[in-house]
Design a protein around this ligand. Structure first.
Ligand code: NAP
Length: 503
């Protein structure tokens, strides 16, 4: 096999080795014999250097006019378009999901890049009339400083783009620590920014483990903003550190997303949606459909049809265009899935299809698992409550819309939800009462677009949103400005108001 490429940290516009000189390998989860690249196994010293570089670059970048910043992002978007196919292939090799999906992942970064480029000519503030004569007032967005970004492996380019691009358009500089399983896609994204003319130090990359790079990054006193996407377990740790340091912290974490299927639903549509929602990205989406809450009248037929489709899904290396489901990201995640299958069985849910890891033939060097469906799942079971993050769907039977909504909301997460029905009243009640950040009607729990806010309630997030213009709130602060052009010292507003009324 060819010698794998070596990727260095990007600090202050230069590619450099880690301070320790240590590296780690990034391997293909569909065939672990393939090494995608060698990356720097960094530590606190590299984080320190990257934050210093970002701090220096901030002095200039914040003063670059926002439309000019937007032009760089626009150019980067065009480069991403040109390189889309190559980057999608790189991503399938490092992350495993099928090409159709990795093309979608790169496309999301493209969309975000164009969207944020446009924001460079908007970044709307606010003006209001003053209570006093000859006075003008407005509020404008201000950048905050150095942002520490920590990203997961399941959307290796899209999620980094949701963070890097809004941070930059407002005038911040960034240090990103990509997931150790998928750093290459972050390099690809950042290479487009570099080629588009982003100044040295505005974007820095430090690779390495969560404990040796992630922790020092979030603790660093010069990092003012932390944007984290990952598990709820690590996210709550990040929240505690952020609170101590009085930092802006945005958290996007786990999900246990329900799809409600009412007795009047179009079952053809449901089967397509549930298979795509549950087994797309091998179930490794924060928005994956992991609970199907079905009305008793149709649950039998639906379960049979789903099992039939799941059984026929073609599993394999995502570079093969005919493959429908790729591998799981790594050995540890595969073991988690296997553990939950055993938990489901021991809880006496009915295993309808799947349940096994695949190890023979072409599967021997990857982390493959069958699409798995459990029926007769009770709402309190662990497989109905905990995020598995793999190709496992739990079917829960209900008797009414009220019960369905109650079951749907009865988990510690609140990212995405869906309802399939032809009854407009039922759809509106679900839209109102499902306590999740995203609701779909007659579509699965996945499929968000970047120009609407993305994020969740309860254990999924801490109230912030990515996507939409709402993401700008994570990376900016409001400054209110009052300009008195009366030429006199105007008195306190209550007096002035009364004077005005008396006149
Ligand atoms: P994870 O284990 O929490 O890791 C996420 C990131 O945090 C990785 O870059 C990881 O580095 C880093 N990290 C680990 N320990 C850390 C620490 N002590 N301090 C700072 N950073 C640390 O999550 P994951 O397994 O990559 O991703 C799966 C999870 O992400 C799921 O729960 C999924 O639902 C969630 N997710 C949520 C959204 C959303 O928008 N709500 C989107 C996608 C994924 P290493 O890679 O080096 O360990």
């Amino acid at each position: 096999m060819a010698t794998p490429p070596v990727y260095q940290n990007l600090i202050g516009g230069k590619f450099v080795d880690s301070a320790s000189g240590r590296t780690f390998e990034n391997r293909n989860p569909a065939d672990t014999r393939e090494i995608i690249g060698i990356f720097q196994d960094s530590d606190e010293r590299d984080v320190q250097a990257a934050v210093e570089a970002a701090k220096r670059a901030y002095r200039h970048w914040r003063l670059v006019p926002a439309p000019k910043r937007g032009e760089i992002l626009f150019k980067a978007a065009q480069l991403l378009v040109e390189r889309k196919e190559q980057y999608a292939r790189d991503m399938t090799r490092e992350m495993g999901k099928v090409l159709k999906e990795t093309r979608g992942d790169v496309q999301e970064a493209i969309d975000m890049c164009f969207f944020m480029a446009g924001e460079g000519r908007r970044l709307y503030g606010q003006t209001t009339p003053s209570e006093m004569p000859n006075k003008f007032q407005m509020s404008v967005r201000q950048p905050i400083g150095v942002c520490g970004l920590i990203t997961p492996w399941n959307f290796p380019m899209a999620i980094p783009s949701w963070k890097i691009l809004p941070a930059l358009i407002v005038g911040n500089t960034v240090v990103i620590k990509p997931a150790s399983d998928t750093p290459l896609s972050v390099y690809n994204l950042v290479q487009c920014l570099l080629d588009a003319g982003i100044p040295d130090g505005v974007v820095n990359i430090v690779t390495g483990s969560g404990s040796r790079v992630g922790e020092p990054l979030i603790r660093h006193p010069d990092v003012q903003v932390i944007s984290f996407t990952g598990s709820t377990e690590i996210g709550s740790k990040v929240a505690r550190v952020g609170a101590e340091g009085m930092k802006h912290v945005s958290l996007e974490m786990g999900g246990k997303n329900p799809m409600i299927v009412m007795d009047d639903a179009n079952l053809d549509l449901v089967v397509d949606g549930a298979i795509w929602g549950a087994f797309g990205t091998t179930g490794q989406r924060c928005t994956a459909t992991s609970r199907l809450i079905a009305h008793r009248a149709i649950v039998g037929e639906l379960t049979e049809r789903l099992a039939d489709r799941a059984e026929r899904l073609k599993i394999g290396n995502g570079l093969d265009e005919t493959v429908e489901m790729g591998p799981i990201i790594n050995q540890s995640q595969l073991e988690t899935v296997q553990r939950y299958v055993e938990i489901g069985k021991s809880e006496r849910a009915r295993l309808v299809v799947g349940g096994q890891a695949l190890r023979d033939g072409d599967y021997a060097y990857g982390f493959f698992h069958q699409p798995t469906i459990f029926a007769d799942v009770q709402r309190t079971m662990r497989i109905a409550q905990e995020e598995i993050f793999g190709p496992v769907l739990s079917i829960i039977t209900v008797d009414s819309l009220e019960e369905a909504i109650d079951v749907a909301n009865d988990v510690p997460y609140g990212l995405s939800s869906a309802i399939y029905t032809r009854d407009v009243n039922a759809a509106f009640r679900a839209m109102r009462d499902l306590y999740t950040g995203i609701v779909y009607v007659n579509a699965p729990t996945i499929g968000a677009e970047i120009h609407l806010p993305f994020g969740g309630t309860k254990g999924t997030g801490n109230g912030h949103r990515e996507g939409g213009i709402q993401v700008l709130d994570v990376f900016s602060e409001w400054k209110s400005i009052y300009i008195d052009f009366s030429g006199t010292l105007q008195r306190a507003q209550i007096d002035t108001y009364q004077v005005g009324m008396d006149e």
